[in-house]
Design a protein around this ligand. Structure first.
Ligand code: ATP
Ligand code: MG
Length: 334
């Protein structure tokens, strides 16, 4: 029997991924490589919605691909590619826009959050239509699973609705995908504002643990993480969001349960606990940062690997576009 397929993507909206991207998403991508037929992409077209800086985008795109490989995505096992190298994404993206209701798109909370931050004059239409391009990114590859963080749940729901709508109205073309979202680690919070998710595009990087930042900088950020006035290291997301976030992070890296950590730090202060979190995080990130830097020394090799990935991806994606266009009555060129 052939393996089930999984697909996901990450935006090059920053030169470095952060802990949430890794724990909420990429770590599962790596695991799924052994049991699934996996497709992973750096979604550079989506990054245009966050404002365009060509030099930064070029660097961040290659740095994203290098980080994925450093984190364990093996281009021999997975199809690893850059979204804009496969034009089928835009070709199906438009179809998705044409079957999405305006009201339906208006309900996307990520659009509301992101546009509220930048104000309506600086919000581009692409940010509004982003979930439809994302639906196309997914449906092109007919995956059963989409490993993502909690913040993407609503977009996956929309993707499923659009696939079902297309299948029911035109032809059964799309596989209905399921989100693959973990219980723990699916939402890592900002260290300075533990009620907001950690985000690449946050206005300040003070609460972000970036994978490519130095151990000293990350230790400093962990030690100055916002916590409550108490002393007890206890998991309570309502009353102790900062400490709970740090417990989640420690547990994800050390493999110890939250209960074990609570008893280990029973009677010790926040200072000791934060030092332990900093230690476990930086010891895991050091080799990843070094490996990323090595990979970025040979941009020719990275580009070669990404070209092979794009060619493999296009074979699947073009076939889906052909079927979808045919079902819609768009006639072939002949
Ligand atoms: P941006 O702020 O530009 O949207 P981002 O940090 O949200 O960047 P994305 O590229 O949008 O990162 O998302 C990549 C993956 O990381 C997605 O699967 C997303 O759900 C996941 N992810 C993002 N932030 C977190 C977080 N704080 N905790 C867990 N998973 C996250
Ligand atoms: Mg995001």
């Amino acid at each position: 029997m052939s393996k089930a397929r999984a697909l996901s993507g990450i935006q090059p909206t920053s030169g470095s991924f952060h802990l949430g991207n890794y724990l909420g998403a990429v770590r599962q991508w790596v695991e799924l490589q052994n049991s699934h037929d996996t497709y992973y992409c750096v979604v550079d077209l989506h990054a245009l919605t966050a404002g365009v800086d060509p030099a930064k985008l070029r660097d961040a795109t290659l740095a994203s691909a290098a980080q994925l490989i450093a984190l364990g995505i093996d281009p021999e096992k997975s199809t690893l590619f850059i979204q804009s190298h496969v034009p089928a994404h835009n070709q199906l993206g438009w179809v998705m826009e044409c079957i999405t209701g305006f009201g339906e798109a208006s309900r996307m909370t990520q659009f509301k959050d992101k546009s509220a931050k930048s104000g309506s004059d600086r919000t581009v239409v692409g940010l509004f239509t982003y979930p439809m391009l994302q639906a196309a990114d997914i449906l092109l590859y007919q995956p059963q699973y989409v490993p993502v963080g909690e913040d993407q749940r609503q977009h996956i729901e929309l993707t499923r609705d659009l696939a079902q709508r297309f299948n029911a109205t035109y032809q059964e073309i799309f596989t209905i995908p399921e989100g693959y979202i973990l219980k723990a680690g699916a939402k890592i919070f900002d260290l300075q504002d533990p009620t907001a998710k950690m985000s690449k595009s946050a206005s300040s990087t003070a609460g972000l643990i970036e994978l490519l930042d130095t151990a000293q900088a990350n230790t400093k950020k962990i030690k100055s993480a916002t916590t409550d006035d108490g002393r007890e290291v206890r998991f309570d997301e309502d009353k102790k969001p900062g400490i709970s976030n740090l417990l989640t992070i420690h547990s994800a890296f050390s493999g110890r349960t939250i209960a074990e950590l609570e008893s280990e730090f029973d009677g010790k202060g926040y200072g000791d606990f934060k030092s332990a979190v900093a230690e476990v995080v930086t010891s895991h990130l050091d080799p990843i940062r070094e490996r990323t830097q090595e990979l970025l020394q040979d941009k020719g090799e990275l580009t070669r690997l990404l070209k092979i990935g794009a060619e493999k991806a296009a074979l699947v994606a073009d076939e889906t576009v052909r079927k979808a266009y045919d079902a819609l009555g768009l006639i072939p060129r002949g």
